[in-house]
Design a protein around this ligand. Sequence first.
Ligand SMILES: [Zn+2]
Length: 345
Amino acid sequence: MVTVAMERKGRLPVSQQQVTHRLVTVVPCLPATLRDSEVPHFFRERHVLTGYRPLHQDWRYYLLSLFRRHNETVNVWTHLLGALLVLVWFRELAEVVDFAGDAHSWPLLILLLSSFCYMSFSTVAHLLAPRSELTHYALFFLDYVGVALYQYGSAAVHFHYAVPDDWPHWLLGPFMPVAALLCCFSCFGCCFGKYCSHSSPSSIRKLGQVLPSALAYAWDTSPVFWRLWGCLPSCEQDPAALFHAGQVGFFLASALFFTLLLPERWLAGRCDFLGQGHQLFHTLLVLCTLCQLQASHLDYRGRRMLYLRLHGDGEPAFLVCLFVAVALVCTSVAIGMTSKVAGRK
Ligand SMILES: [Zn+2]
């Protein structure tokens, strides 16, 4: 491959020659990965024994590790590909949906934006976090901001498009403010659990992440549960029902792998590169998001009469304002927790 690159060298533009030369000379010099006993405690993942990248390398090392074999490679690629799929989806939808002119398409736009945020933040966190302790915490706090935004995006589309006609109407007023509070609570729980993991058992971290997130998920998805329950056993008449059932199934499966650390719990050291529960969690969450996008698009097109009756013309703008408020609060939580990490050094 090197020979071929050198043979072609004369025909390449100068900048491309430089890139080729750098890749050829730099990649083989990257330091080897380490065992769990050779990295700090905060950096270790349970039941993952090898493939850790060393700390305190320059940024280029971590960026180039995208193309190297280590225990985060698949975690990075699963969400990187997911983020690219969301961009492709957005391009396709932009051709048939008037995002600028139709305010009732904004919840769909919020879901697209928040999906892209959580996947790209997660990609950055898994790729660059090992650089130092502070970077590790700051980037995973950013990852949790992305998760909270995605929770809000889910609540927005479920509330605006998926809510069935027989849903208790008194819930319409408080639904989104409560959803926004639960997103912020979930972000704080995840950040605080991660912060405490420095000195506390990992069960505290899981508790901080799973409990508030489960509460937020139950609330945000309640219109979908209500609708699926109501359409049984003849759900085939509802074109989006299959995709809603898919998003619920994929999410619950992803939560199972995230929480139970399967299958590496039974195969410690054998899933270090491929097969970790976290990789399955990422993959299933991407599939959940794709089903949710398809279901929301079908609802946006097919249930217009219903959501125009249930939601006023000013409501989409309110959802956007609340989204910005959630983003600001969660970002403040992440910055505050990062400064606490910096302060304890
Ligand atoms: Zn992850």
